[in-house]
Design a protein around this ligand. Structure first.
Ligand code: FES
Length: 106
């Protein structure tokens, strides 16, 4: 199992204990985590699954591919710790991951 902590824009934290294998976006959607729209269903096209990774996890994730960076930058609202949750596969190594969800997606 992998424990993921989602922190919403108002500071409310929600902890999920889930099986590895799905993406962070798929996990969020399956558990109705607010703030994740994922309009394109994980095809890295819409940019509406953006999350902000806690600083202590920044270097523990695989770096984003170029197309992910381009899509994040296209929103004009990107922060260095922003990632697309559909591009983060959940593995046992991410046990304890903390991500922040936005009030709204762009
Ligand atoms: Fe559309 Fe991630 S779900 S970019």
């Amino acid at each position: 199992m992998v424990q993921i902590i989602f922190v919403s824009h108002d500071g409310t934290a929600r902890t999920l204990d889930v099986a590895a294998g799905a993406s962070l976006m798929e996990t969020a959607k399956a558990h109705d985590v607010p703030g994740i729209e994922a309009v394109c269903g994980g095809n890295c096209y819409c940019g509406t699954c953006r999350v902000r990774v806690s600083a202590e996890w920044r270097d523990r994730l695989a770096p984003p591919e170029e197309f992910e960076v381009e899509l994040l930058n296209a929103t004009g609202e990107s922060h260095a710790d922003d990632r697309l949750s559909c591009q983060i596969p959940l593995t046992e190594a991410l046990d304890g991951l903390v991500v922040h969800t936005p009030e709204q997606q762009y």
